[in-house]
Design a protein around this ligand. Structure first.
Ligand code: MHF
Ligand code: KIV
Ligand code: MG
Length: 264
């Protein structure tokens, strides 16, 4: 695969072609995921739960994210690397600048921040300084204590309207990408149409421009109950490389996510 850039993702959106995203936290998975034709690798702070056994993403540090981003960058074969900024590492614009710089120097091509309109200042600053950003909206796991659990967001008309406005506002502030987690499919579709930047979904229906899953979930390796939006691609394939390819194909041909993976 040729090197994937932000331009590749925008071109996908314009052509109506779907792109695939998976997490990877180490060189081995980064190699396998990028070789399978998956456009974007997410070095997610979900590594706190998946690798460290924590019960939320809050304990993950910038040092953890730097270590895993460096490992992923060494194994990567041409995918775009997006790294999560962990809890409180972008609480002020100064913190955001210093910590995003560390992730970019570790090998990220873009950083992801969780929030809504309050992210505008940090996104504007990072973008002006040459760091592309993805705004992660909807279910934002770093605010699990405020949300009172991992719950679908944007179900009432007021919060849905607010989410659409905030998505447009963050695009205007300079966001290069959006990620929508656990929102009703119709709302995700409306947001995807309302912005020109590519939109990645997880538990957000089939209308977003890209789809993401945690790689351990789609390989059936997660010991706990997995969320509704997860499909085990290992079940019908039997080996890791085939499962990764089957996921890439299913995202591109629109067969994943299906109705059963989607919130109404
Ligand atoms: N292994 C793993 N996979 C993930 O997708 C993931 C992580 N870890 N850690 C960080 C966050 C946490 N995420 C989660 C965790 C639980 C639900 C969940 O249980 N959702 C309910 C929806 C409940 C409702 O209807 O409001 C579900 O039934 O799927 C969703 C996202 C997504 N991320
Ligand atoms: C679940 C995805 C979107 C994420 O942010 C992560 O893996 O940390
Ligand atoms: Mg995350």
């Amino acid at each position: 695969m040729n090197n994937v850039t932000l331009h590749t993702l925008s071109a996908c959106k314009q052509a109506g072609e779907k792109f695939a995203v998976l997490t990877a936290y180490d060189a081995c998975f980064a190699h396998a995921v990028s070789e399978a034709g998956i456009e974007v690798i997410l070095v997610g702070d979900s590594l706190g739960m998946v690798l460290q056994g924590q019960d939320s993403t809050l304990p993950v540090t910038v040092d953890d994210m730097v270590y895993h981003t460096q490992s992923v960058a060494r194994g990567n074969q041409g995918a775009l690397i997006m790294s999560d900024m962990p809890f409180m590492s972008y609480a002020t614009t100064e913190l955001a600048m210093a910590n995003a710089a560390r992730l970019m120097q570790a090998g990220a091509h873009m950083v992801k921040l969780e929030g809504d309109r309050w992210l505008a200042d940090a996104i504007a600053l990072l973008s002006e300084r040459g760091i592309p950003t993805c705004a992660h909206m909807g279910l934002t796991p770093q605010t699990v204590n405020k949300m009172g659990g991992y719950k679908v967001q944007g179900r009432d008309s007021e919060s849905a309207k607010q989410m659409i406005e905030d998505a447009v506002l963050l695009e205007k502030a300079g966001a290069s990408c959006l990620l929508l987690e656990c929102v009703p499919a119709l709302l995700a579709e409306e947001i995807t149409r309302a912005v020109e930047i590519p939109v990645i979904g997880i538990g957000a229906g089939a209308a977003t421009d890209g789809q993401v899953l945690v790689v351990h979930d789609m390989l059936g390796l997660t010991p706990k109950r997995t969320p509704k939006f997860v499909k085990n691609f290992m079940a019908d394939t039997g080996d890791v490389q085939s499962a990764l390819r089957a996921y890439a194909i299913a995202v591109k041909d629109g067969s994943f996510p299906a109705e059963e993976h989607t919130f109404k």
